[in-house]
Design a binder for this molecule. Structure first.
Ligand code: ADP
Length: 646
């Protein structure tokens, strides 16, 4: 096949432009990225060779090699791992698969200062493209294990790249960077210096489980001769040193490992460039022995809520990498957790299907979930700011566990926070809510809805506002679903302020209200009965309200009925559920309601009576953000009324 020239995909081109113009301040990380890819390629080859005897790949000395040539100013990062086919090169290197790329690039363009750009790139991670921060031309020579021909890919990062098939490529991948002219101001940028390379590998890649070797060649000798010399064991052979300790961090005791080392492992696993929020260690001894090193990231990935988001941690068996995204090890609501689990007693051939059914794995899964939740709990008290970040980034996902994981529901509620009428900015925990509960208040009150504003201004809140009773404002779609399971926390039930009867105040107040209520019931009995008949298509009952102080009317659900929002949610998921009629409540002290009652007694057949009843129902629906049964009729009736008032 002749040399072909391709164009980078648009997003890839934009990203490369940014790399070329080096907007990221810490250029050293390009090497971490290349070594990380090489290490993955070695993992993949070992696995494939394990599963497929006919692969015919040499797995006897899997390693990564760095080769610097100060004369030519090139740096080569080589692995003898899985390699890539020609199609894979075009697919994997010419495009960016991440679905959040477009929005990420937009944000990046808007960000002016280095700190923000660094932060954004850090969250995204740019992998192989980081090479273009330090090189003005990159050549990648690769041959996939099991294939006979190799592929050479070359680009200066400016719009296009070339691809050609080559006959004699060694198995694996070699990436040759033609380094940009040395920055004379800053010697730190000499990536051909053995000292510098040693330092970078030690800092970022020490834990990589494959040897990272570097040949320090005698000065003046060209690269190829040195390679030959290395192979022939010539006396003038360069000295080959292994730069990394290869120690699995999860197998070492806590005091042997620095936080930075943990963080670099996290970055290798997650492809995230920012430090994690929390590092969690777990060692299980006994019949089923394993070590886990888990990380809670400091920000949510862009695709966390998209279908097909890969969840789970890496599984190792006795230090051998087995699989990425092992979903059997983490519940879905903890899918943001990254890390490594190394189990001693599993077969190297273990499959995803077997893992799903394995009892020991299920026990491990439960233990890991509990450990993550207890870590978050500790974080709440020990590092409130960190917890606030955690909740902002992952609260929505975690709440899915209130449905999916009944066993841990209490712990999840215990580490959850909610927007509240008590504070405009700071969310509250349930423990804090409980401390502020009024004397005689039995329940945890909440209201669900689309936005904080809609919920806060809902008529359902009026009596609660008037009495200074705190209400949780639940506006995530998942909130509708878990509150519907009628949870309890600390022996207190969750109660929607838009459901059932409201029964607030002290015993004394209630007694007083009771007698007043009896009087009102008598006064309104005829109207309520008549209205229930008149609106029977829409409501199952019309009654007097004890939750309204300002509005004339509101709509409420029976305690155990599904709310309209939940109904919509189920419909959107394709589930048909019955449409329960709701209850219309009238405020007996509102002038519109008293006037309606009077008119109804005096002139029961007046059309204004029927129309006002309909309008009250519509207003109640609108106030809670609901939909009207007949919007056109509502507009006509309102317009007529307005006209008459002028
Ligand atoms: P990421 O590593 O985040 O997926 P990269 O741009 O660094 O993104 O790499 C894209 C893909 O190219 C990798 O996922 C991998 O499939 C492939 N790749 C990169 N480097 C190598 C390598 N040294 N050997 C084999 N495949 C590689």
């Amino acid at each position: 096949m002749p040399t072909e020239t391709f164009e980078f995909q648009v997003e890839a081109r934009q990203l490369l432009q940014m790399m070329i113009h080096s907007i990221y301040s810490n250029k050293d990380v390009f090497l971490r990225e290349l070594v990380s890819n090489a290490s993955d390629a070695l993992d993949k080859l070992r696995l494939e060779a394990l599963r497929d005897d006919s692969l015919g790949a040499d797995v006897s000395d899997l390693h990564i090699a760095l080769d610097a040539d100060p004369q030519d100013r090139t740096l080569t990062v080589r692995d003898n791992g899985i390699g890539m086919s020609r199609d894979e090169v075009v697919e994997l290197i010419g495009t960016i698969a991440n679905s959040g790329t477009a929005s990420f690039l937009r944000e990046l363009k808007e960000a002016g200062d280095t700190a923000t750009t660094d932060g954004l790139i850090g969250q995204f991670g740019v992998g192989f493209y980081a090479s273009f921060m330090v090189a003005d031309e990159v050549t990648l020579l690769t041959r996939r294990a099991g294939e006979s021909e190799g592929t050479r890919w070359t680009s200066s990062g400016e719009g296009t790249y070339t691809v050609e098939t080559v006959a004699d490529a060694p198995q694996g991948t070699a990436i040759v960077l033609r380094l940009k002219p040395e920055d004379t101001e800053d010697q730190l940028y000499d990536y051909t210096s053995p000292w510098k390379l040693r330092e970078i590998v030690k800092r970022y890649s020490d834990f990589i489980t494959w040897p990272i070797r570097m040949a320090t060649r005698p000065a003046g000798e060209p690269a190829e001769q040195a390679d030959d010399a290395a192979e022939s064991g010539d006396a003038a052979a360069p000295e080959v040193e292994t730069l990394n300790s290869m120690k699995a961090l999860w197998a070492r005791s806590r005091d042997e490992v620095t936080d930075d080392e943990y963080h670099e492992l996290y970055k290798h696993i997650s492809h995230d460039w920012t430090d994690p929020l929390e590092t969690i260690r777990l060692q299980a001894e006994g019949t089923f022995e394993y070590q886990a090193l888990l990380f809670i990231p400091s920000h949510a990935p862009q695709d966390l809520f998209l279908q097909g988001y890969k969840r789970g941690v890496q599984l190792y068996v006795k230090r051998v990498f087995i699989m990425d995204d092992c979903e059997a090890l983490m519940p879905s609501y903890l899918r943001f957790v990254k890390g490594v689990v190394d189990a001693q007693d599993l077969s190297l051939n273990v499959s995803r299907e077997i893992l799903q059914q394995d009892r020991q794995i299920q026990l491990m899964h439960r233990r890991l979930a509990k450990k993550v939740l207890s870590t978050v709990k500790d974080m709440m008290t020990a590092h409130p700011e960190r917890y606030a970040t955690f909740w902002r980034e992952f609260g929505r996902v975690l709440k899915e566990g209130l449905l999916g994981d009944p066993e841990n529901r209490d712990s999840i509620l215990g580490v959850s926070s909610f927007a509240t009428t008590h504070d405009k900015d700071q969310p509250t925990t349930l423990a804090q809510y409980a401390e502020r509960m009024k004397d005689g208040q039995e329940h945890i009150y909440y209201l669900t809805g689309e936005s904080r504003q809609a919920v806060e201004n809902s008529p359902h809140m009026e009596a609660f506002q008037a009495r200074g009773i705190e209400v949780l404002l639940l506006t995530d779609p998942v909130d509708e679903v878990w509150v519907d399971t009628r949870p309890e926390f600390g022996g207190r039930q969750f109660r929607s302020v838009a459901k059932g009867e409201v029964d607030l105040g002290t015993a004394e107040e209630k007694e007083q209200e009771g007698s007043e209520r009896e009087k009102q019931q008598e006064e309104y009995a005829a109207l309520l009965g008549w209205m229930a008949g008149h609106l029977t298509e829409h409501v199952k009952q019309v009654r007097l309200s004890s939750r309204l102080t300002v509005s004339p009317a509101c709509i409420v659900s029976d305690t155990h009925d599904v709310t309209p929002a939940l109904e919509n949610l189920y419909r959107a998921m394709g589930q048909e559920i019955p449409h329960p009629k709701r209850i219309l409540e009238l405020n007996p002290k509102h002038p519109l309601v008293t006037a309606l009652n009077r008119t109804h007694t005096e002139r029961p057949d007046d059309t204004a009576v029927g129309e006002t009843a309909e309008l009250l129902h519509s207003l109640a629906l609108l106030a809670e953000g609901g939909e009207l049964p007949d919007p056109a009729r509502f507009v006509k009736l309102t317009a007529d009324r307005l006209e008459r008032s002028l």
